[in-house]
Design a protein around this ligand. Structure first.
Ligand code: ATP
Ligand code: MG
Length: 576
């Protein structure tokens, strides 16, 4: 086991290593096993994933989903999906629908346990009246500003509100009239009566209800008072008989309040457990900021393949298996750290290497003419679909006199370490023949427009019977059979590992957006078998990376997103 303080370093060192940190159980699972051993919850394990429907889910949420649903599965328990929908202004059914789609896509099932905090509004209201009757809540008529300034500081106690000692009758009357819509927004709030000198600032008479004349996506205009997150969350957990309420570290200082409400109401009291948020280099996990990118048109939408959202990763070509294995590998601790994006990329590489069929596609084509190949002749050559998976079989690829290869695979005057095609040089065409460059044709400005070669008919299939070797194997497509299409290549959304790192204080995270995060190639050439690809189909384009057909694909003209390159830049660095 490594020292927590070294976590970032440790992760950096093992950035291409994808095995879980170690075989030891994380501390959350350890708590659950201890509870099961002591019989604390009668061996019951019941978790929940509680998103606020104010945006699309991102890879950080995937970690939480995998943890909550995963734990339930591992310990024979249950996991609920609950929308934490107490803020009518920011929430929307579009988000509710997308969240359900994403959780399902990740492979998890809440069965009949779909809940909404808004379904508990009536119960929460009744409990608020109970707290008023017990002398544990009061209507405060200070402004929000006065409440804030009266709260004190971590070193100085706050001051009691002048409304703190209202009678139960007056509090009940005012609270009922708040609900009835008799007062404007901001006139009153309901506060818990705890202790204005409490060492936890959040326990200094926190707000329970605010007046908001806002339409709610589920309750419509039924309510004009809305409960706060803190007043809602623990009670929702309690109503659903949750045992372990697993959330991220920023809720650690809310835990005393979570506990206070459950105890004051004398209801089932789940245990809140906090773990570290997932952060990734070159991107960010804030729904608010991701929404800003969507609204500003910086990206094409929540599912833009550059987004760290689950739908963005899906469109990019990520598989649920890769996202799950990544989440299992990142570690559940008490210390926030930033994972290297390379780790996520390596998980999708590993998964697709096993199951993506290989195809040939030329992204930056230059024409090759094989001068000794008979005009009009076409051969159907056998190409193996996936060397990692014999069951994937093979396909036929047409070969003819005119082909395309990558422009980068030819150099008229090659430097020492360039082993690909050059005048007089022989290379292998994948699954086809050895060819030797004899000549080049150039346009007026000196650009190579055509490479002329001869082929050796004895090397059919890609091997020379005399055993002679070549130093390079190139991918290619037959020019007359090629399917021209658009291919989109992606780079990081941000130029810096930490998008918040700015040298100039007048700039913010947006100044670190990468202007070259999307490169559109409009005239890529695909081998003909790719013509029928439909959105979501994934392939390895030999030597170019893993690609996934986009939803913008048309019949006969698939558009491809590059999911990831074959090797990360870091690994390449090591090979030099
Ligand atoms: P954001 O900060 O991105 O807006 P949030 O915390 O407001 O996210 P919620 O909808 O409240 O989003 O989150 C639902 C659950 O997912 C919570 O339990 C939260 O702790 C967890 N979660 C959110 N972000 C992360 C993350 N980066 N890593 C792990 N869990 C996360
Ligand atoms: Mg939140």
């Amino acid at each position: 086991m490594y020292h927590f303080g070294d976590l970032a370093l440790h992760q950096r060192k093992r950035q291409t290593d994808m095995t879980p940190p170690s075989e030891h159980r994380d501390f959350v699972r350890q708590i659950i096993e201890d509870d099961n051993a002591s019989g604390k919850w009668g061996s019951r394990v019941h978790t929940r994933f509680p998103p606020e429907p104010n945006g699309y889910l991102h890879i950080g949420h995937a970690k939480s989903i995998c943890l909550n649903f995963g734990i339930a599965k591992e310990y024979g328990g249950l996991c609920n999906l609950r929308f934490d929908d107490t803020n009518p202004e920011k929430e929307d059914v579009e988000y509710v629908d997308s969240i359900m789609e994403d959780v399902r896509w990740l492979g998890f099932d809440w069965e009949d346990r779909l809940f909404y905090a808004s379904d508990y509004f009536e119960q929460l209201y009744a409990w608020a009246e109970k707290l008023i009757c017990d002398g544990k809540a009061y209507v405060c008529s200070l402004s929000l500003e006065e409440i804030r300034s009266g709260r004190g500081t971590p070193t100085e106690p706050g001051a009691n509100s002048i409304y703190r000692d209202r009678s139960v009758e007056e509090n009940l009357d005012l609270f009922r009239r708040m609900r009835a819509g008799e007062f404007p927004e901001g006139a009153h709030v309901l506060r818990a009566k705890i202790d204005m000198a409490h060492k936890h600032m959040l326990l200094r008479d926190p707000i329970m209800y605010r007046i908001r004349f806002a339409e709610h996506h589920r309750t419509g205009n039924k309510w004009c008072i809305y409960p706060t997150y803190d007043y809602t969350h623990g009670q929702s957990d309690s109503l659903e008989k949750i045992t372990h309420s697993i959330c991220t570290l920023e809720f650690e200082n809310h835990r005393p309040l979570y506990d206070w409400y459950c105890d004051a109401l004398g209801i089932h009291h789940p245990q809140q457990i906090e773990f570290n948020r997932l952060n990734l280099t070159y991107t960010m996990m804030s729904k608010r900021r991701l929404l800003e990118l969507v609204q500003a048109g910086t990206v094409t939408g929540w599912d833009d393949p550059r987004m760290p959202t689950i739908c963005g990763l899906r469109r990019r070509g990520y598989t649920p298996e890769a996202v799950r294995s990544f989440c299992a590998s990142v570690g559940v601790t008490k210390h926030n750290a930033t994972m290297d994006m390379v780790v996520l990329e390596n998980h999708i590489r590993e998964d697709l290497n096993k199951r993506a069929e290989r195809r040939m596609a030329v992204l930056n084509p230059v024409r090759v003419v094989i001068t000794n190949y008979p005009e009009g002749q076409i051969e159907e050559l056998d190409a193996i679909n996936n060397p990692e998976d014999p069951a994937a079989g093979s396909r036929k690829v047409p070969f003819s006199r005119e082909l395309y290869i990558e422009a980068e695979d030819f150099m008229e005057e090659p430097p020492k370490k360039f082993f690909r095609l050059a005048p007089g040089r022989e290379v292998r065409l994948r699954w086809a023949y050895f060819i030797t460059c004899t000549d080049v044709v150039k346009d007026a400005s000196g650009n190579v427009t055509e490479i002329r070669c001869t082929y050796d008919p004895a090397t059919r299939g890609g091997d020379a019977p005399d055993g002679r070797k070549v130093k390079a194997t190139l991918h290619w497509v037959s020019a007359s059979h090629a399917v021209p299409t658009e291919v989109r290549l992606y780079d990081h959304l941000f130029m810096k590992e930490d998008p918040d790192a700015v040298d100039d204080p007048s700039l913010d995270w947006k100044s670190n957006l990468n202007p070259n995060s999307l490169q559109i190639i409009s005239n890529a050439m695909l081998e003909p078998s790719l013509k029928t690809a439909v959105a979501g189909d994934r392939f390895q384009f030999e030597r170019m990376g893993y690609f996934c057909a986009d939803k913008d694909s048309q019949p006969g003209r698939p558009v491809f997103n590059r999911t990831v390159t074959l090797k990360d830049a870091w690994a390449k660095e090591q090979q030099k």
